[in-house]
Design a protein around this ligand. Structure first.
Ligand SMILES: [Zn+2]
Length: 314
């Protein structure tokens, strides 16, 4: 048995030996499991499954994205103290992986071990440039959280890890997971229905984040970025993307709040398309950080814009 769990059971035992309310409350707060989640959507899922039994610390501060996260002393300490870490490995956030590897006796849940992975597509024919720095070891695409179907699998993996850590509360973790999964299953059904019949099935995106979503719902992604951010893409590359988009009947170019819009605007102008937003949920504002339903809420907003931009029949 791991020391932290032994300590928790000891405290619970003391509280059970008849005591007042204050002692019970102390026992309760000391007996919660500590978990860390590497960035927002994993944080929300871990909090949902853990409920009142688990204290979850998010490692990526609100307002920041997960790419190139630099850990401060406070976050390294949180990882050291944690009994469970939920993260994306293979070089996505190298400092998180290093700290997790160094932490004694922690259950390391790399969500990439639990979902079907996709490799990053090669550049569209006729375009030049390097793929960007978001490609993981083995050419793996990290953006698994943007697919509701893969998120469902990830939530199950979190429930299994918490049950392994704290078997006495297996039923509670399962019930919490099922409550959160009811929302995700509904979201998946809405995606399948809303994207069933569309004028175009091609999404031109400003950042290569929607490959898993495209895979699950029969769409094809043409990313404009994916060309190294340090290298200005040449006119010929943008021309090739614009030509392909036009041939595919694309009338909306999707960009996102955090990426610079210029390239997406250039392509949109070239083919007379509109611009609209897709949120890659690589973080939430501090205003939203305490809400429990950001993921399904934002994914539903993404779906409305997708269905609109692709001309899908309601
Ligand atoms: Zn990304």
């Amino acid at each position: 048995m791991r020391p932290a769990v032994a300590g928790a059971l000891l405290l619970a035992g003391l509280a059970a030996c008849g005591s007042d309310d204050a002692a019970d409350r102390t026992a309760l707060s000391d007996s919660t499991i500590s978990a860390v989640a590497a960035f927002y959507p994993l944080h929300e899922a871990t909090r949902a499954v853990g409920g009142g039994l688990v204290t979850v610390t998010g490692l990526t501060p609100p307002g920041l994205g997960p790419h190139d996260l630099e850990l401060g002393a406070r976050q390294v300490e949180a990882i050291d103290d944690a009994e469970l870490a939920v993260f994306i490995g293979r070089g996505f956030q190298p400092q998180v992986e290093d700290a997790v590897a160094d932490a004694p006796g922690l259950i390391a849940l790399d969500v990439l071990d639990h979902v079907e992975l996709l490799t990053v597509d090669r550049q569209l024919a006729g375009t030049q440039g390097e793929v960007d720095g978001e490609v993981l070891a083995g050419d793996v695409d990290p953006h698994v959280w943007l697919d509701p179907q893969r998120m469902i699998t990830i939530v199950d993996a979190i429930a299994a890890a918490l049950s392994e850590l704290d078997p006495d509360h297996t039923d509670q973790y399962r019930a919490n997971a099922d409550a959160y999964l009811a929302g995700l299953n509904g979201l998946d059904a809405e995606y399948r229905a809303a994207l069933a019949t569309c004028r175009s099935r091609v999404i031109v995106t400003s950042h290569r984040a929607f490959g898993y979503l495209a895979d699950s719902y029969g769409l094809r992604q043409i990313p404009i970025a994916g060309i190294s951010p340090d290298v200005e893409p040449d006119a010929r590359s943008l021309e090739a993307i614009a030509a392909e988009a036009k041939a595919e009947g694309v009338t909306t170019i999707f960009l996102e709040s955090i990426a610079p819009p210029d390239l997406a605007e250039t392509v949109a102008e070239e083919i007379g398309a509109e611009l609209n937003l897709l949120d890659p949920i690589e973080g939430v504002d501090s205003d939203d950080a305490e809400r429990a339903d950001n993921y399904p809420r934002i994914m539903r907003e993404n779906l409305e814009r997708l269905a609109d931009g692709l001309g899908c029949e309601p």
